[in-house]
Write a protein that binds this ligand. Structure first.
Ligand code: MG
Length: 171
């Protein structure tokens, strides 16, 4: 494996990610790899897991590897309905190939309903496993948008995420 120094990443780096998906009928609601009981789900080519997508973009941004659409285009039938946890695992592999490991992830899911509190631990466990991290290194928060904007009108959900990476120790 190529060391981080040879790939040019010599310091800790932060990345930001954002995603939004529109509510739609007839699909399960999947966030953080957890299927959440609800009357409707989110539209999208994959499983429409906006939380995982935002985290993918945060990690990719931190290692300077573009964005999720460049790596997993929604025009590719291979990604139709795919679990976004598979994509996150591949993103971790991209970070590893660039000589980095993910230090921590923090994300905020913005949606009016349903309440996510009961599902947060499951999301954290899924994300930590995909990134080969301790659960304690993953933080997921949920907020409403106080009825304002597209989230407030019930049109969709939004997610913001940051990830910190550092050069992996090369042995
Ligand atoms: Mg997305």
């Amino acid at each position: 494996m190529t060391g981080s120094g040879e790939r040019g990443i010599k310091t800790a780096r932060v990345g930001i990610g954002y995603d939004s998906h529109r509510w739609c009928d007839g699909r399960p609601l999947v966030l953080g790899g957890v299927v959440i009981p609800h009357s409707w789900g989110l539209s999208g080519h994959s499983d429409a897991d906006a939380l995982i997508h935002a985290i993918c973009d945060a990690v990719l941004g931190a290692v300077g590897a573009g964005d999720i659409g460049a790596h997993f285009p929604d025009t590719d039938p291979a990604y139709r309905g795919i679990s976004s946890l598979v994509l996150l695992t591949r993103v971790r592999e991209i970070a590893t190939a660039r000589g980095c490991r993910v230090v921590n992830v923090d994300a905020t899911v913005i949606m009016e309903r349903p309440k996510l509190r009961a599902h947060i631990d499951g999301m954290i466990a899924n994300i930590a496993a995909a990134l080969a991290m301790d659960d304690a290194a993953v933080s997921i928060k949920a907020k409403t948008n106080e009825g304002m904007g597209f989230v407030g009108r019930g049109e969709g959900v939004a997610v913001m995420a940051v990830a910190l990476v550092e050069p992996a120790v090369v042995t």
